[in-house]
Design a protein around this ligand. Structure first.
Ligand code: AP5
Length: 224
């Protein structure tokens, strides 16, 4: 069986993290999420976190040269050699080119770019209700996916908080950045025959079923 190398694309709040958590369980692949890595770096006050914080707080992208090396290194780690789920990278054409080059250099290739599509007004609704565990990073929504006990993570009871960049003004900036800098990747991967589109307005379970079925088909085709 060849590698399963997946990237998740879509606007902020499309449900990339929500789906990644389920796909990681399904396919037993390492989950590499740039947003989570950067937030951890900010919290730990590392050099990477110091460089990224101001950009993230304003809803801007951190510069390509700050993030690219970190991700190329992560996908070459031993646990990602049989495949990975990459969430939040690439986000610009130069990042996509760097990823393609890095993979080619190791004789690897992407399996698919999973695009989860959700309109802007739904993104704004989702972000205002999103809550995240300070410890496990598990994502909830006050209305669509509430925790069993208010303000506490189902997994370990840790505190749930709102992300710094989920304020409405910052979310609007993030959406503008997405349309301007990340959306061109849709054509980029479509032209390479790698793009698979999913309707992110369906329930998390329906979106998951659809993605899982598509990946299963891709694997079957690969085996033929
Ligand atoms: P990042 O953390 O990657 O943020 P994002 O792409 O904006 O995505 P989100 O995490 O906000 O949303 P998601 O799609 O994962 O949605 P979720 O599953 O949580 O990046 C943050 C920042 O880091 C960037 O702004 C940038 O500054 C920097 N950065 C990161 N990568 C970078 C890069 N490569 N280059 C430069 N800078 C970079 O779901 C959202 C909510 O909706 C939740 O509450 C969830 O419960 C709910 N929900 C999910 N699915 C459904 C559904 N189907 N129906 C109803 N509700 C749902």
């Amino acid at each position: 069986m060849s590698e399963l190398n997946l990237i998740l694309l879509g606007p902020p709040g499309a449900g990339k993290g929500t789906q990644a958590e389920r796909l990681t369980d399904d396919f037993n692949l390492p989950y590499i999420a740039t947003g989570n890595m950067l937030r951890a770096a900010v919290q730990e006050e590392t050099e990477l976190g110091r460089q990224a914080k101001a950009y993230m707080d304003e809803g801007k992208l951190v510069p390509d040269d700050v993030i690219t090396g970190v991700i190329l290194e992560a996908i070459e780690n031993a646990d990602a050699r049989d495949g990975f789920i990459l969430d939040g990278f690439p986000r610009t054409i130069p990042q996509a080119d760097a990823l393609a080059e890095g993979m080619r250099a190791h004789d690897r290739e992407l399996t698919a770019a999973i695009l989860i599509e959700v309109p802007d007004d739904e993104v704004l609704r989702r972000m205002s209700g999103r809550r995240v565990s300070v410890k496990t990073g598990r994502v909830y929504h006050l209305e669509y996916d509430p925790p069993k006990h208010e303000g506490r993570c189902d997994v370990d009871g840790s505190r749930l908080v709102q992300r710094n960049d989920d304020k409405p003004e910052t979310v609007k900036n993030r959406l503008a950045v997405y349309h301007d800098q990340t959306e061109p990747l849709i054509n980029y991967y479509e032209e390479q025959g790698l793009l698979r589109r999913f309707d992110g307005t369906r329930s998390p379970t329906e979106v998951h079923d659809h993605i899982r079925a598509t990946i299963a088909t891709l694997r079957l085709e690969d085996e033929l």
